[in-house]
Design a protein around this ligand. Sequence first.
Ligand SMILES: *Cc1c(COP(=O)(O)O)cnc(C)c1O
Length: 415
Amino acid sequence: MGRQRHQSGGDGRLTSRRQPPADLSGQAVATRLVHAGRGPGFSDGIVNPPVWRASTILFDSCADLEAANASPDAQLYYGRRGTPTQWALEDALTALEPGAAGTKLFPSGVAAIATALLAVVKTGDHVLITDSAYEPTRLFADQVLKRMGITTQYFDPAIGAGIETLLRAETSVILLESPGSLTFEIQDVPAITAIARARGIVTMLDNTWATPLRMQPLALGCDISIQALTKYVGGHSDLMMGSATATKALLPRLKAATYRLGHTVSPDDAALALRGLRTLAVRLDRQEASALQVARWLAAQPAVDRVLHPALPSHPGHDLWRRDFSGSSGLFAFVLKRGTRRQLAALIDDLQHFGIGFSWGGFESLALPVRLDGCRSVTTLPFTGPFVRLSIGLEDPGDLIADLDAGLRRYEAQF
Ligand SMILES: *Cc1c(COP(=O)(O)O)cnc(C)c1O
């Protein structure tokens, strides 16, 4: 018995070489979600890529090993570089963003954000981050980047072209998040990216709320588009993963940082994320419609001060949202006219259809009392009442409204 040989792919089907992704740019997004990442070389005809578990990849000869060393991204090389299971997910995510050259996967959304930043920054740099950013993004900048001698400055998410006044010679990155995932401000992304491009400053955007189905950051001039796949792509509250999708100019730096930091995701998790991706369009359509129904109902309740949902015309960022997004998702918040955050327990604790917990984007609804301590440094919010963030799931929206109605009555009975 000789040494174990790896598949040579001689029949042109099952192969260990990475296939160039098919060009799906002419397809509508719902169609692309079905076809993306399904090259024949990944699966030998099986609809989904099998879960290829690997650390060691065996080569036929020393000459083959040498050839692989010259282009480790072009074939199976070593488990940390991925197998067709992870490649399929990367290629599928790349196919959803016009202007994208490639995608890297990370063990969480936070790891995707941290790595995208580390791919670009160096000691002495100045980084601009929206004041509405996800709290762990702030903590990474305030603690890790700070220790590296990098200065972070937060800016008003409504700044738009005014960002120009904050730029310094050392500014290397502008990090956007639109809408903010607690307070839902919409940013003028094209105004900011146009100024950044002209000065050679890299822009990256946390697109977890919209997913590429509702907004495409690279098409709006960003260099790197980031998602917590944990949320809508996973969609079933059982997966942690992040992704960063980059333009041709930024992909080499993103890849290098990913490999140098040792990031990899398991093929089992990649298969789960791919499964989630296939149904993303139908889930998002349903969650968008239900969330709008619940949001409009809440906006008409006397106890409610305002609803923070960019698809409502009352939202201050509504016009920008209409211009740059093709729809909304299932996450929004509502503010109460009176009371304290502590008193929100009367509303939330006995809800029947809303779980209390972090994360969002799953099939099940969640309600979260929002705590903004430590989440803001240069802006204040235009309201003072306590507020609740809702992630609307796949339940019947009538049931959700009846549940919230009873919750609001419990809340008001305290006064
Ligand atoms: C949850 C979340 C993240 C981080 O994702 P994890 O997978 O939990 O690390 C990043 N950005 C936003 C907007 C999020 O909501």
